[in-house]
Design a protein around this ligand. Structure first.
Ligand code: SF4
Ligand code: SF4
Length: 262
């Protein structure tokens, strides 16, 4: 994808949201003086915005020509530009506002994150998790991600902890030392619209971070049986991506050897 600019000075790509050019963006929440990390009042927080790879995706249900499909093995929701007829039903159907239409190109396509499916064919995993230094974005099997989310929720706020980074379900992972956050007791994506493959933790309310409050039943109006098979019993996915945002107050030494917190 080409870089996208939101300022006149085009030094760095600075998209403000996902779009026909941007599949994945980290949005910033700010309040008041914006000095306290992960605080709703006078604080700031980050939220990753991209496709959540729903267990029962309404974009797939809405597509009349099967240009949106869900992989039965790894659960990735993919887009086939060759099959697409440009009706934009998927744009209207997604409860998270994810699929975007390229209005400004002569041959428009739908764009959305496809969980780096092209990398998986090469034995790699999602690039956003691969490059994330702190484990705020973490890749792995859904059962492992759920376990890690529950572990993070159970940590005492402020306690020193290790946060795995990279691919949680392989042995090549490393970890990042940080102090535990004061999370809200909610795993976003565990129940919303039948469950999503991307899971989120946050210390700031999800609504304030732009994530909609949604019912548990999927908009795709699938049968209970299908939902239970896909997600409730967790038999489907091999590769699930979780996004676990947390308060990173990392202990470091300043130049004079004193303890500092960042
Ligand atoms: S988040 Fe939207 S685009 Fe992604 S799988 Fe769910 S319904 Fe489809
Ligand atoms: S725009 Fe393309 S992918 Fe979206 S619903 Fe229509 S045919 Fe399917």
């Amino acid at each position: 994808m080409p870089p996208e600019f939101s300022t006149v000075e085009q030094y760095w790509d600075t998209p403000l949201d996902i779009s026909g050019k941007t599949l994945n963006v980290i949005k910033v929440y700010k309040d008041g003086s914006s000095v306290i990390k992960d605080s709703e009042k006078n604080g700031y927080a980050f939220m990753k915005v991209s496709c959540l790879h729903c267990a029962d995706p309404s974009c797939v249900s809405a597509c009349p020509v099967s240009a949106m499909t869900k992989d039965p093995v790894n659960g990735i929701v993919s887009y086939d530009k060759g099959a697409c007829i440009g009706c934009r039903y998927c744009v209207a159907a997604c409860p998270f506002g994810v699929p975007r239409f390229q209005y400004d190109t002569p041959f428009p396509q739908i764009t959305k994150c496809q969980l780096c499916a092209h990398r998986m064919k090469e034995g790699k995993y999602a690039a956003c998790a691969y490059v994330c230094p702190t484990g705020a974005t973490l890749f792995g099997k859904v059962r492992d991600l759920h376990a890690e989310a529950r572990r993070r929720l159970a940590l005492k706020p402020g306690e020193d902890a290790e946060f795995p980074r990279g691919n949680l379900s392989t042995h090549d992972q490393s970890s990042f030392p940080a102090k535990a956050a004061k999370y809200l007791p909610q795993i976003y994506g565990e129940k919303e619209v039948g469950g999503t493959q991307m899971l989120k933790l946050s210390a700031v309310s999800f609504e304030k971070l732009g994530m909609p409050t949604l019912p548990e039943r999927s908009y795709a109006a699938t049968s209970e049986t299908m939902q239970h098979t896909l997600y409730g019993s967790l038999v489907l996915p091999l590769a699930f991506l979780g996004v676990l945002s947390y308060v990173a107050k990392r202990n470091v030494k300043d130049d004079e050897g004193n303890d500092e917190q960042h």
